[in-house]
Every structure is written in C-alpha cells, then in structure tokens.
Design a protein around this ligand. Structure first.
Ligand code: ATP
Ligand code: LTN
Length: 333
C-alpha cells in the first residue's frame, strides 16, 4: 500500500565532488524531513550531461553519490533513491512540458546565464531546457515539497508555473510544489572567492570542502580560506570570507552565531580556522566511514537502486498516462 504522507522530492547532479554546501543546503534537510514525508531523492544524471562528462567517471560518480546520500543519513528503508535515467517518464513528460514553456522564461534563468558564461564553448539546448526537465522530475511524482538551496528558487517557481499552466489549459492534473529553502545554510560561499557560492564542480578544489576530502586536505583548505581585512571574528556583510566560516562553524556545531562569536572574541583568525578545521574533520569522519563501507557493497547499492527505480517507475507511469490522455494522445492497446 502507498502511504498517505505528503510527497517530498529533491535531486543533485552527479557532477564534481559532493560538497559541504550541498550537505548544508540540501542533504541535511532531506535527512531531517524524510521521516515526515514520502520521499524520493534523485541522482540527476540526465541533468549532469548538459555539461561535458567523462562517461566512465560519470558512471562511477553516480554510484558514489548514492553511497554518499546513504552515508549522509538518507535511509533507503524510508526513502526512495532513484537514478533519473532509470525512469524514462521524466524525459517523456519533459517533452509535453516543453510545449507549454516559453523561450523567454527559460532565457531569464540565472543558472542558464551563469552556465553559458562558464561553458562558453558548449551552450547546448539541454542547458537551456534544463529547468523543464527539473520541473518534470518534480511534477511526475506529484511532489508537495522540494527542499533545495537558495540558488534553485527560480527553477522551482518555473515548475509551479508550468504545473499551474497545464492545469488551466487542460484540467487539474499536477500538484503545485512548495519550495523548502533553509534559513541558514541555503548559500554556503566559496572558500577562495566568498562572493560566489561554493560549487561542487568548481575547478579550483580549494574553493570547496568535499564530503570525501581527507582530514589533512580539509585542514589545509580552511587554513588557506580567504578572510577579510580586520581581525574580529564577527559576521558582517562587508566581510563575506569570515562570515562564511563562522556560518559553517555554527551550522556544524549547532551553536548559535552569537555563541560562536563570543567563544572566539579576542582570538586570532588562525586559532578560529584551526578549530573550524577540526570541527569539519570530526563532522565528516562518521560519514566517510559509512561511505567507505557502503561503496564496497555493490550488491547492496544495486538492490537500493532497483527498488527505487521499480517503485518510481510505477508512480511516474501513472502520472504520464494521465497527462497523455489529457493532451489528446491515443492510448496504446
Ligand atoms: P555544480 O557546481 O555541479 O553546478 P552545485 O554545487 O551548484 O553543482 P547542484 O547539483 O546544482 O550543486 O545542487 C544540489 C543541491 O545543493 C541543490 O539543492 C542546491 O540548491 C544545493 N546547493 C548547491 N550549492 C550550494 C551552496 N553553496 N550552499 C547551499 N546549498 C547549495
Ligand atoms: N537543478 C537542481 C538539481 C535538480 C533538482 C531536481 C532539485 C534536478 N532535478 C528536482 C530538486 C528537484 C540543482 O540543484 N542544480
């Protein structure tokens, strides 16, 4: 029997190294919410190929992401973990949604503008229609809630607009999904360029702390992180470097910002950074240990993915059949 909890859906692209920004902006909330929702967590491999990927690495990375989801606290007994390309209905629904999406609204997407600048030699159609596939991911499962970091707000709004547009043009079909954006942690900044968000595909690895970074790498990266002029350990808008590090400390230790600022009053940046390094190392240690166990167990990972794909396929087919009927496609006998 399907349970009657509201549906929660989210996903991460298997590109680059899953990082502490992804954990605090997304995975942490997935873990917390999975008990109250009927949850589906995607590894969105189809989104990832909008940027050039090495096929062998992509294959490996997809499995590594599944193992990291579980190591970070996603419980496959409670939630479905699904590889996007295992459920063909995502792409099929996307085609229908493409026909009610305007070029203008896709052209306004900040992520498209950013990625077009970053990958100037490969501004492909997939990069442009990326948000429509994301809307399909969400709408195909009739998701009620979508936990994401702040950078995905615009894409979420498009998903809601498309759901509403389809419902008006045909008849009530899709649930309008609500975004869930954490108050703190929604935008962890880059370590070297703290005016940019920390991004897992950054080519400069010093900009990010990967979930699987070794303790010494973590210590080094924090030591080298850009701080601002001045010496006070205090959050200020004009000092994004130190503010970001304080936020990290506060989120990982679950101490309030005030408490952290008081704790380090009169201390030097170097003392604070050394402690922050240890906090991150200690925080990631159990996650890394769990990851190392799971990634060896290919049979377990295959079972998790088979179960995820079978259940997701069943649900996605139900929505797609409805959609095809509403738009006027003849059903196959
Ligand atoms: P890429 O660099 O590969 O484009 P990314 O790090 O931006 O990736 P995504 O796959 O786009 O990661 O996002 C996965 C999830 O992590 C999303 O919910 C996104 O909002 C969240 N997220 C990404 N970066 C951050 C960040 N710096 N702070 C908080 N949340 C983030
Ligand atoms: N575009 C998202 C990843 C993503 C997603 C989704 C997030 C693809 N499909 C569905 C939530 C729901 C990103 O974080 N870059």
């Amino acid at each position: 029997m399907l349970d009657k909890k509201p549906v929660l859906l989210s996903g991460i692209q298997p590109s680059g190294h899953l990082c502490i920004g992804n954990y605090l902006g997304a995975l942490k909330n997935w873990k917390a919410l999975q008990n109250s929702y009927d949850s589906i967590f995607l590894v969105v491999d189809m989104h990832a190929i909008t940027v050039k990927q090495n096929p062998a690495e992509l294959r490996q990375r997809c499995l590594a992401y599944v193992a990291q989801y579980i190591a970070c606290g996603i419980d496959p007994e409670k939630s479905l973990i699904v590889i996007q390309s295992h459920v063909p209905q995502h792409a099929e629904l996307m085609w229908v949604l493409n026909s009610i999406t305007y070029m203008g609204e896709l052209g306004r997407m900040t992520q498209f503008k950013d990625k077009s600048k970053k990958y100037e030699a490969n501004i492909n159609a997939g990069l442009f229609t990326y948000p429509v596939l994301m809307a399909s991911d969400i709408l195909i499962y009739q998701a009620d809630l979508v936990p994401v970091g702040a950078d995905q707000k615009q894409h979420l709004e498009l998903a809601r607009d498309l759901a509403g547009r389809f419902n008006t043009q045909y008849s009530d079909t899709f649930v309008l999904p609500e975004p869930y954006i954490p108050k703190t942690g929604a935008r962890i900044m880059s370590l070297q360029e703290p005016d940019k968000k920390m991004s897992k595909s950054d080519i400069n690895l010093n900009n990010l702390i990967a979930i699987l970074d070794s303790p010494n790498t973590i210590r080094k990266k924090i030591k080298r992180a850009v701080t601002d002029s001045g010496s006070e350990i205090k959050i200020e808008e004009s000092r994004p470097g130190i503010s970001n590090l304080i936020t990290l400390y506060s989120l990982l230790t679950e101490k309030s910002i005030d408490k952290v600022e008081n704790q380090f009053e009169g201390k030097m940046y170097s003392d604070f950074k050394a402690e922050l390094g240890e906090v991150i190392v200690d925080f990631l240690k159990p996650i890394q240990e769990k990851y190392n166990d799971i990634i060896q167990d290919k049979k377990y990972l295959e079972d998790v993915l088979k179960n995820g794909a079978d259940e997701a396929y069943y649900r996605a087919r139900k929505t797609l059949t409805k959609v095809y009927r509403k738009v006027g496609f003849i059903s196959k006998k």
